[in-house]
Design a protein around this ligand. Structure first.
Ligand code: RB5
Length: 143
């Protein structure tokens, strides 16, 4: 898959590990920043990654901030984006199967690198089930 990744200065702590892991799994990854741990603002990176995913340039996006909350809220402001913040793999998997999420977010202050990798793997390997869930996605789009 071709994936876009972004963070803020707090999420940057976990980002290199996740980038390496994605490459190890055979995915192509583009880092939308930041590249230094200078204090910055998560909405900037949530927006950049969300716009790239919504434009169809990437198969999905991964966002990391301290909690995953601010950066996922920012991404969800972009039309066509369904970003989920997850701290465990079950919700990550179901968020793809039922909600067709196109961005996964998590918090570097909430979870460790091994749990983050497990969450990423479940999310990437899951597929949207369509059917009754497709109609609900349409309903979301109409809100
Ligand atoms: C930055 O201090 C922190 O607010 C941010 O990383 C994130 O947790 C926001 O939701």
């Amino acid at each position: 898959m071709k994936l876009a990744i972004g963070s803020d200065h707090v999420g940057l702590e976990l980002k290199p590990t996740i980038i390496d892991y994605l490459k190890e799994l055979g995915h192509q990854v583009e880092d939308f920043g930041p590249t230094t741990n200078q204090r910055t603002d998560y909405p900037k990176y949530g927006k950049k990654v969300a716009e790239a995913v919504a434009a169809g340039d990437y198969d999905g996006g991964i966002l990391i901030c301290g909690t995953g909350v601010g950066i996922s809220i920012s991404a969800n402001k972009v039309k066509g984006i369904r970003a989920v913040v997850c701290s465990e793999p079950y919700s990550a998997k179901l968020s793809k199967e039922h909600n067709n999420t196109n961005i996964l977010a998590f918090g570097s202050r909430v979870i460790g690198s091994e749990l983050a990798k497990m969450i990423v793997k479940e999310w990437l390997e899951a597929s949207f089930e369509g059917g009754r869930h497709a109609n609900r996605i349409k309903m979301i789009d109409q809100i």
